[in-house]
Design a protein around this ligand. Structure first.
Ligand code: PLP
Length: 398
């Protein structure tokens, strides 16, 4: 019999009841170090007091009115994001893929509004992940996502990740934009080189294309800058964000320059829930903390320390993990054994991590972790890897 919850996920048999900072507590009261952070969502950790206060205050004032009316909290968050980024304007959604889909519509509308309606195709990269709508699975193109859901939405041309020659060759007079994640999260924590991002900007300028970045996973401080593209010193024309934006409150947004958003006039796009007062109160509270002067420098320092400790671990346990990859607090360990086994071992030892493509385990702790959490993570990883190595040697001896 089909379960009451539609069985579309392969879930681990554990349920959590409470969270506090970088820790989760399961229904038996057992404590776990949370290095998945709800898949990069819990940017400020579980139940950050400033965010909880904002949620409670707004929760007893006003939740939702709809976008038929002005929403002061939404105007405030948009203004702050405009001040903090390349963007001139922001649209708020309820989830990552919705932000992605809205940004995709903006790309098509830009060329339509500027007299080039034939330019509607978007170049994407192999190994990409942009969400689960019909268009987003078409953009990612992996069979795992699209099989059985055809016909596949047209308008996306895929090239090999990191290959500029292939990219240039794929541009036609129908091309509207180039679209990538600065670091492919689901795809295996595969970081673009900064030069690759700079070159994408140059190519877009040369051919009159929009540079469209998916910073749903890499944004909101995850790499130690507010947005990952800042490391390359280039700016996109349009960008979608989500995950860390609400530190657990479901929301997303897409941001654009005034030029790119030329077609986004009244009636062009909409949502019932997006940007409602409750979500915006939380979004503003998250930004309060993240824009405090010391916050991002501290993330960079923590990330550097974690990278060093993980690199040392990899050199000691080459039979279990091959390399550290990624940037900031979006890190991956490429496993020798199936990553699912390592993930189960780690959970049994009280540490939560997430899987990624290419047999990688993803470490995405909340951005508020410090030395104590790093120490604990390394201890647990070391224990699990040591046991794996010992098991192996035993097996060989037999
Ligand atoms: C998670 C993710 C999405 C999809 O976000 P949802 O909120 O699950 O719809 C899209 N792109 C990237 C890069 C992501 O990491």
């Amino acid at each position: 019999m089909i379960p009451a919850v539609m069985p579309t996920y392969a879930r681990a048999d554990v349920a959590f009841e409470r969270g506090e900072g970088a820790y989760l507590f399961d229904t038996d009261g057992r404590r776990y170090l949370d290095f998945a952070a709800g898949i990069a969502v819990m940017s400020l950790g579980h139940c950050h007091p400033h965010v909880v206060r904002a949620l409670k205050d707004q929760g007893s004032k006003l939740w939702h009115t709809s976008n038929l009316f002005r929403i002061p909290e939404q105007e405030k968050l948009a203004r702050r994001l405009v001040e903090a980024t390349f963007a001139d304007t922001v649209f708020f959604s309820n989830s990552g893929v919705e932000a992605w889909e809205g940004a995709t519509k903006l790309v098509r509308k830009y060329h339509y509004a500027t007299g080039n309606p034939k330019r509607w195709r978007i170049i994407t990269a192999s190994g990409a992940f942009h969400g689960r709508t019909l268009a987003a699975i078409a953009a990612a193109k992996s069979e795992k996502l699209t099989k059985g859901f055809g016909p596949i939405v047209d308008g996306f041309d895929q090239v090999a990740w990191g290959n500029l020659n292939e990219l240039r060759a794929a541009i036609t007079d129908e091309t509207a934009a180039i679209h990538v994640e600065p670091i492919q999260g689901e795809g295996g924590v595969r970081a673009a080189s900064l030069d690759y991002l700079r070159e994408l900007r140059r190519v877009c300028d040369e051919f009159g294309l929009l540079l469209f970045l998916d910073e749903i996973q890499t944004g909101y401080g995850r790499t130690g800058k507010l947005f990952a593209h800042e490391w390359a010193g280039v700016t996109p024309d349009v960008m979608c964000v989500a995950k860390g934006i609400g530190s657990g409150f479901p929301m997303g947004a897409f941001l654009a320059t005034e030029k790119a958003a030329i077609g986004m006039t009244a009636g062009a796009h909409g949502t019932t829930y997006g940007g409602n007062p409750l979500a915006m109160a939380v979004g503003n509270a998250v930004l309060d903390v993240m824009l405090e002067p010391g916050f991002l420098p501290r993330v960079r320092k923590t990330a550097g320390a974690l990278w060093d400790r993980l690199s040392a671990l990899v050199s000691r346990h080459g039979a279990v993990v091959e390399e550290v990859r990624g940037a900031g607090l979006l890190l991956g360990l490429k496993c020798v054994h199936p990553n699912t086994e390592i993930i189960d071992d780690l959970r049994a030892e009280g540490m939560i991590v997430a899987p990624a493509g290419e047999n990688v385990i993803r470490l995405l702790p909340s951005l508020i972790i410090g030395e104590a959490e790093i120490e604990e993570a390394i201890t647990i990883l070391d224990r699990v890897f040591t046991r794996r190595t010992a098991g192996e040697q035993q097996a060989k001896a037999v």
